[in-house]
Design a protein around this ligand. Structure first.
Ligand code: RRO
Length: 313
């Protein structure tokens, strides 16, 4: 296995879950840890109080090309996930902070950093890019992101844990430069960014019943799965290039559309320090980690194409 580092965290290899997938209950988080082939656990983005999220059906996974979700931030509340942060844990945990307002985020961040359990092996991924909450999340707009981060960091001070942002997909050169500018302003606070959250505003139809595939938000939700891979790769590459050119020591973590060892390898080529798996994990379960790791390492060791490249859906 090839180790990697993100801020102060050392991971035994590159691959782990994306926030929101197989991590809503503590039992699921424990299962991720016990697979041995999942390099870290990201917990479900949390809020101050537990939330049921949106009504079902809120996931659509039966296409081989994409998924659509409008989960609606279903989670156990921040205190619930604190129980997962064990003292002297050997398995790295990224505690994903969602929150509905900046004040909520500040309360949660202060609590985690003051918590005795949040030791060396705990990082924080701040998610201000959920596409399913009916409002524009801060990270979609540089000015809004800057205001939110200024407010948060002036309340929390320097966060002593490895800290990063989960970002939405960006498309235009101006967006990459303005968002990078904001991140650079907080370079002493930000150890990593994760690119990308699901692509907003997807819809699909059940043509046998003439319904949208998911029910909440009139059928609209965030898209994941193979269809978003090129967008995720491009976001990782753009930010990696900008950070390198500006000599910023900020790791970029790839997320979006990984379903094979070659996809993992592509993210590494794009500049990712690690890779998260979402839709593929949700559809196929915990066995994906061992499989992805084996096939990805095949590329690293042999530089040749494992059999997966010849499979046809
Ligand atoms: O819970 C969700 O609906 C959700 C979240 Br918080 C997120 O960050 N990304 C996503 O696709 N769904």
């Amino acid at each position: 296995m090839y180790p990697t580092s993100i801020g102060k965290l050392h991971l035994p290899h590159f691959i782990y879950n994306a926030a929101g997938v197989w991590d809503t209950t503590l039992h699921q988080c424990q299962q991720l840890e016990e697979t041995r082939f999942c390099a870290a656990t990201v917990t479900k983005s949390c809020t101050l109080y537990s939330r049921k999220g949106n009504e079902y059906p809120k996931y659509h996974f039966d296409s081989s090309h994409f998924s659509i979700n409008s989960n609606g931030l279903e989670n156990g509340g921040y205190a619930y996930y604190i129980d997962y942060l064990k003292p002297q844990a050997t398995h790295p945990v990224f505690y994903s902070v969602g929150g509905m307002t900046d004040d909520e985020r500040i309360t949660i961040l202060k609590y985690i950093t003051a918590c005795a359990h949040a030791g060396e092996n705990c990082g924080i991924e701040l998610n201000m890019s959920c596409p399913n909450l009916g409002c524009q999340p801060a990270a979609y707009d540089a000015k809004h992101l800057d205001q939110a981060l200024r407010k948060i960091f002036s309340a929390t001070g320097k966060i002593p844990l490895t800290f990063g942002l989960k970002l939405p997909p960006y498309y235009l050169p101006e967006q990459f430069s303005s968002i990078s500018e904001v991140i650079a302003n907080y370079k002493s606070q930000i150890d990593f960014i994760t690119c990308i959250n699901s692509v907003p505003n997807g819809i699909d139809f059940d043509i046998d019943n003439d319904y949208t595939k998911i029910v909440p938000n009139e059928g609209y939700g965030g898209i994941g799965g193979p269809a978003v891979l090129p967008i995720g790769l491009a976001n990782v590459r753009r930010f990696s290039q900008i950070f390198r050119a500006r000599d910023l020591d900020i790791a970029v973590i790839g997320c979006g559309g990984v379903s094979s060892g070659s996809d993992v390898y592509k993210y590494i080529l794009a500049g990712a320090a690690a890779v998260q798996v979402g839709t593929h994990l949700w559809k196929n379960g915990l066995c994906v980690f061992e499989e992805l790791l084996g096939r990805h390492e095949h590329y690293l060791i042999l530089g040749t194409h494992p059999m997966e490249d010849f499979q046809v859906d």
